[in-house]
Design a protein around this ligand. Sequence first.
Ligand code: DGL
Length: 283
Amino acid sequence: MTTSRNPIAVFDSGLGGLTVVRQLMRRLPAESIVYFGDTARVPYGIKSAETVTRFARENIEFLQTFGPKLIIAACNTASSAALPRLNGEYTVRLCGVVEPGARAAANKTRTGLVGVIGTEATIGSGCYTRCIADLNRDIKVTAKACPLLVPLVEDGRTSHDALVRMALEEYLRPLREAGVDTLVLGCTHYPLLKPGIREVMGPSVQIVDSARQTAQEAEKYLAASGELSRRDAEGRHRFFASDHPERFARLGKRFLGRPMGSVRLVQPELLDGRLALRVFEEN
Ligand code: DGL
């Protein structure tokens, strides 16, 4: 049994899920958060659904050791490739970023023309298109994979960078041609390029940021289950990464919008013949 005192757990392939944590901290400051960034195995976006599912299962099992009241897969790739297979395997509530983003797009569009951008794996899974169609059969979705955007953001480049601008012009062209009035940022890294995406798409296109929508839905879920934190003080946040924790802390500031303190290393360990992730203790 979990209560309002238990933390919210969040995982992503690396840094990107911190955009979801940022929104959770803004909306639910009293909640404690445990975050795991799988920096040793990033990127997920170019891997098969089987591999991403295996990684997601290990991440969930690691996070379960903190007794979370909710686990958020703050990664569009894991949400689309792994969650449909993993839902039902765990008693803890699992929430992804695809459904909140799809719901917001279906509610916002006026013309019924919606665009979605994401990694190859997310777009290849057809998850957003299916999810939006389940909400409203009349909506036409144009989806486009943008594989260069994640490495550009990870390289520290922003909307004003010439390479980013070129990539955005190229990737967003089919969506502009399709005349979409709503665009879903179906990847954790894209909120960092929002100003550039807005400029290329034009002011009339509404941008749906899945991170913001996910934080909103997490609040709704916790309010309904009676598990919203009632602390007066700010929650306690813990960060873990499977490689380069110092780099994670340094770059993570940009995603989180504030410093994150120390980040602990997590490593795989053989346990009962299976690989399990454990906090690495230095002797
Ligand atoms: N977090 C991933 C996503 O939202 C992007 C990075 C990756 O490819 O692992 O799809």
